[in-house]
Design a protein around this ligand. Sequence first.
Ligand code: HEM
Ligand SMILES: [Cu+2]
Length: 574
Amino acid sequence: MAESIPVEENGHHAGDHRDHGHHEMSFSEKYIFPLDHKMIAMQYMFTGMFMALIGGFFAYAFRMQLAFPGIEVPGWGVVSPADYNSLVTNHGTIMIFWVAMPVLIAAFGNYLIPLMIGADDMVFPKINRLSYQVFLLSAIVILSAFFVEGGAFGGAWTAYPPLSTKAEYSLTGLGSTLWITAVFLEFVAFLLGGINFITTCMNSRAPGMKMWDIPMVVWMIVIASILFMLSVGPLLAGGIMMLFDQNLGTAFFDPDKGGDPILWQHLFWFFGHPEVYVVLLPAVGIVADVMTTFSRKKLFGYKTVLYTAIGTGVLSFTVWAHHQFIAGIDPRMANVFTVTTLLISVPIAEMMFVYIATLYGGSITLTTPMLWALAFIFEFLIGGITGIFLGASGNDIYMHDTYFVLAHFHYTFYPIAIIGTYAGFTYWFPKMFGRMMNDTLGKLHFWLTIIPFNGIFLPLFVLGAAGQHRRIYDYQNFPELALPWMQDMRQFATVMLLIMLGAQVLFFYNVITSWMSGEKAPKNPWKANSLEWTADSPPPHGNWPEGLPNCYRGPYEYSHPDREEDYWPQNEPA
Ligand code: HEM
Ligand SMILES: [Cu+2]
């Protein structure tokens, strides 16, 4: 199927992928305005990583302020209250929309989908390129807000009105408008990207690849894209209303003039909660693929995981008001949302236990990607379990907007965005760059990231349970929160952050040196089954110039009893 799709490219057709050397692509055709899904994936990957450094730098600046209030922060200066707000806001916004989404969905989706389903490219390469260009524009817009008068938006990533709609409150005028514009553009980019992921996966699969033969990570990215499409509409509408409130004097969210600020909370969280699953699912898929490879076992309950993922997606539309337990909702309504919230923990827990069951009895090799995959399960479980506390409305009334919440969602987002990314990146690195990564450095980087990560956020559970509120820039203003033991914990968390950020230098060092001079990677270094491992490392333009693969079975046929080899690649005839 895939061969017959006429892909216009540099005036040629997709079929030309197979005749070589006919047209040297210029630098800009190849790297700046590429149509090749792998190059677009790299653009997303490295833009996402760059934005992670910025988001991490913001975390560094405001954590330094919390640990050593009022002291000049090297690289930033004194953090003013307004600075603090805009650092927190942009840290959160960037980490979710400019790191987790582009890396987990767009980068991995673009790289893996065609390679794992045996296609030569996405169905709509030009839309794909446009998607990245709109995304890049959105990144420029969000960062540009730091350079306008009043600085970048300081109304928190949830942008609750009236704080977010009135410049007198958020202290940021144009910055607020730029923030909404940037988020808007970013959503457009992801809607464009999703069209490709879904269509390609449905139309361009290798001959013989049935629905149940699709690797889990591909499924998860497709489901996540659908989830995003279904949830984003209300927020886009809300964003336009907010833009009007900010700039045109409308009052959709202004109670003074008959508007309703709670309406925004509904619109935001109807999107915002499913968004957690939009980024979670691809990470869960990455972990499935990594874990089965390094335990040489079939994924325990492939269809169960898949149905649960879909079930989670559906359920995720029913929980949004658990963010509004203290917004004055009727307690009977709160009970309903408590029940739906606790219900959603059932499929998520089930997925995690399916993974543990997959590991059971496997022959496990602790490579760097496997360590990341195992850490994902472990750390995410902590995030999931603490979520149950917050889902119960009675308890949330006490916990709401404390550092307990903050620690909880970092125990879910960090595994998703950082650990999941490292699991996938170190696993597919040999395919992406044709070289092996240094495993010793990889493991060192792993431990120097995981240990401090827990060192940062475990104390924050304690501080939160003790009543420390979020979004407060100097606890000395609140004597009951400025106790010496609390300050010690804040400093401890901040020192851990410094160690963790330092360790990321190791990662980039490892990437660069391995890319330049690592050991050459064979086609299938991990002896894995899925189709991407049958292409060259790195795959050339068109992925399989000598002909696209056929598919004969599912991706998880490890340790099959009738085979001598402990794996059975999807393209190998029976
Ligand atoms: C590098 C390690 C990280 C550290 C040390 C860190 C620390 C923090 C802290 C202390 C806050 C709250 C500050 C306050 O409310 O006063 C915060 C907010 C937040 N963080 Fe992180 N974070 C990290 C990574 C991440 C990642 C990877 C994500 C998501 C993918 C993330 C998402 C958020 C969000 C959504 C907020 C809420 C922002 C808001 O209140 O508007 N963070 N972070
Ligand atoms: Cu939620």
